[in-house]
Ligand binder design. Structure first.
Ligand SMILES: [Zn+2]
Length: 226
C-alpha cells in the first residue's frame, strides 16, 4: 500500500501508537532512533559438514540486537498478522545494509520457508514479506519455489536448543540445481536467528544443489525464544 494511503488510513507506530507521518512506515522516527541496531552489521562464518564435504563460507547480516522493543516487533509480524510491518522492516534492513561499503547486493532472495500448514495458519510467511521489502528498495528476484521445508516440526519456541538443531538438520530441500556457469548470489532471509541451525540447514540444502554463494540476512538475533 502506498505510504500516503497508509497515512490517510491513520496508521500508527507499532511501538508507541503515535500517528505515522507519510514518510514514516511501521515505526515512527522517534522509536526507530532508539532501537538497538546491531553494532556489527555483518560477520563471516563457515557452514561445515564433514560427512558431506561441505565447507561453505557464509556472510551473515543482522539489523537489530536483542531488545524488548525488537521483541514486540517480531511478535507482531509472527503472531499478530502484521504483514505490513514485516514489509516495512524489510525496507529498513535494506536501507541500513546498503550504507555498508562492503555490501554487494544479492541477485536472488530466498525467504526461509514455513511449512505449508504453518503458512496457512499465519496467512503469510513473514520472511517472504521481509524479502519483498528488501527487493522493493534494492531490487532482486524473490524465489519462493526453490527451497522447500520437508518436515513440520513442533513449534520451535517450545523445543529445546538441542531439539531444534536436530529437528532442522534435514528439514529443507532445494528443488533445482544451479545452472552451470551462472554466478548467482543468493540471500536467505529470516526474521530471527536463534541457534543458527535453520539457516545452516538451508545453506546445506542449497550447497547440495550447487549454490555456493549464499548470505544470510536476518532482522534480529534472539535468546528469548529459549
Ligand atoms: Zn513510535
Amino acid at each position: 500500500m502506498h505510504a500516503w494511503m497508509r497515512f490517510w488510513l491513520g496508521e500508527s507506530c507499532r511501538l508507541c501508537s503515535a500517528g505515522l507521518l507519510p514518510m514514516e512506515s511501521g515505526i515512527c522516527t522517534g522509536c526507530l532512533g532508539v532501537l538497538p541496531f546491531a553494532w556489527m552489521r555483518n560477520s563471516l562464518s563457515v557452514v561445515e559438514n564433514e560427512k558431506e564435504h561441505i565447507n561453505m563460507p557464509i556472510r551473515s547480516w543482522l539489523l537489530f540486537s536483542e531488545h524488548n522493543a525488537v521483541r514486540t516487533l517480531i511478535h507482531r509480524i509472527k503472531y499478530q498478522s502484521d504483514a505490513h510491518l514485516a514489509f516495512d522492516l524489510g525496507c529498513a534492513m535494506a536501507k541500513d545494509f546498503r550504507s555498508d561499503a562492503s555490501m554487494v547486493w544479492p541477485d536472488v532472495w530466498i525467504p526461509v520457508p514455513l511449512h505449508a500448514k504453518r503458512r496457512r495458519q499465519r496467512g503469510y510467511n513473514q520472511s517472504e514479506m521481509l524479502a519483498k521489502g528488501l527487493a522493493s528498495v534494492g531490487g532482486g528476484r524473490i524465489d519462493t519455489q526453490s527451497l522447500i521445508r520437508q518436515l513440520h516440526s513442533e513449534s520451535q519456541t517450545k523445543n529445546s536448543r538441542k531439539g531444534r538443531a536436530e529437528n532442522v538438520q534435514q528439514a529443507f530441500l532445494c528443488t533445482r540445481s544451479k545452472p552451470p556457469g551462472m554466478p548467482l548470489k543468493i540471500a536467505l532471509v529470516d526474521d530471527v536467528i536463534t541457534t543458527g541451525s535453520t539457516l545452516k540447514s538451508c545453506c546445506m540444502a542449497l550447497n547440495r544443489s550447487g549454490f555456493t554463494q549464499v548470505e544470510a540476512w536476518t532482522l534480529a538475533c534472539s535468546g528469548w525464544l529459549d
